[in-house]
Design a protein around this ligand. Structure first.
Ligand SMILES: Nc1ncnc2c1ncn2[C@@H]1O[C@H](COP(=O)(O)OP(=O)(O)OP(=O)(O)O)[C@@H](O)[C@H]1O
Ligand SMILES: Nc1ccn([C@H]2C[C@H](O)[C@@H](COP(=O)(O)O)O2)c(=O)n1
Length: 225
């Protein structure tokens, strides 16, 4: 079992789709007694709200009216992470194929990013006992002064294998979807590159316990390998 390390700062975890950001962030936050923020869930939630509204993705002004008129809530307790839209839990809906197919396009709208980055910084500032924040642009854009920046990655084939064994999806279709999303996300963020100052953790040959052990060692040594 990884050792528990005292930490009450900000940890940024970025990486491509399926690299293990959510699983690792939730466990790390639990072991540190910190909060955790899934920024991908935020992009997914606004995507769902926009899709439900029927607004065209090219109509930025109306998209923003929909988003600003919607109540979003994001739970940051790692034991009880949730996403609500207008008081209704939407965790299953935001991870379904329809939202996954549209989220890169909505995330590419600059006004949407500005809105969510402001919200993310507010949540980070309000965290009282440290926070682990996961996404694609945390170490570079959202929290460039994070105390520790991690770039979590794994071979695309291994990422597809993990995702497909998690949800029972067809391996080839999952690999194609991961590739499509990495390519689409690369137009907006840099899922293939570590942020300046980030430590690269390649998990291709590491299980979750080994990843957690590596992260606790990094925290204990001030972010150096
Ligand atoms: N080191 C690991 N070894 C084995 N399986 C892992 C490892 N890390 C994550 N997994 C598994 O891989 C799958 C994808 O992980 P996870 O959802 O945490 O990735 P993610 O980077 O948050 O993905 P996305 O960006 O698509 O939300 C999960 O089933 C998770 O349990
Ligand atoms: N900081 C972030 C987080 C996520 N996104 C976009 C790109 C992803 O395809 C999508 C969903 O994220 P996931 O739940 O798969 O981690 O949201 C982003 O642009 N910036």
């Amino acid at each position: 079992m990884p050792t528990t390390t005292q930490f009450d700062g900000v940890i940024a975890i970025d990486g491509p789709s399926g690299s293990g950001k959510s699983s690792v962030s939730r466990r790390l936050a639990t072991e540190l007694g910190a909060a955790c923020l899934d920024t991908g869930a935020m992009y997914r939630a606004v995507t769902l709200a926009v899709m439900r509204s029927g607004v065209s993705l090219s109509d930025t002004a109306t998209i923003m009216k929909v988003i600003e008129g919607t109540r979003f809530e994001f739970g940051t307790n790692p034991a009880d992470r949730y996403t609500r839209i207008d008081d209704v839990l939407v965790d299953a809906d935001i991870r379904g194929p329809e939202v996954t197919g549209q989220v890169s396009a909505v995330s590419a709208v600059p006004e949407v990013r500005k809105y969510l980055i402001t919200a993310q910084r507010e949540i980070i500032a309000a965290a009282e006992h440290g926070i682990v924040v996961e996404g694609r642009d945390i170490g570079e854009v959202v929290a460039p002064d994070a105390d520790l920046k991690i770039y979590l990655t794994a071979d695309p084939a291994e990422r597809a294998r993990r995702r497909s064994s998690q949800d029972g999806s067809d391996l080839a279709a999952t690999a194609a979807d991961i590739k499509r999303r990495d390519t689409a996300d690369a137009k907006t963020t840099r899922p293939h590159d570590a942020a300046p100052g980030a430590v690269v953790v390649d998990t291709t040959h590491l299980d979750l316990d080994q990843v957690l052990t590596a992260l606790h060692e990094l925290i204990a040594h001030g972010g150096t390998a």
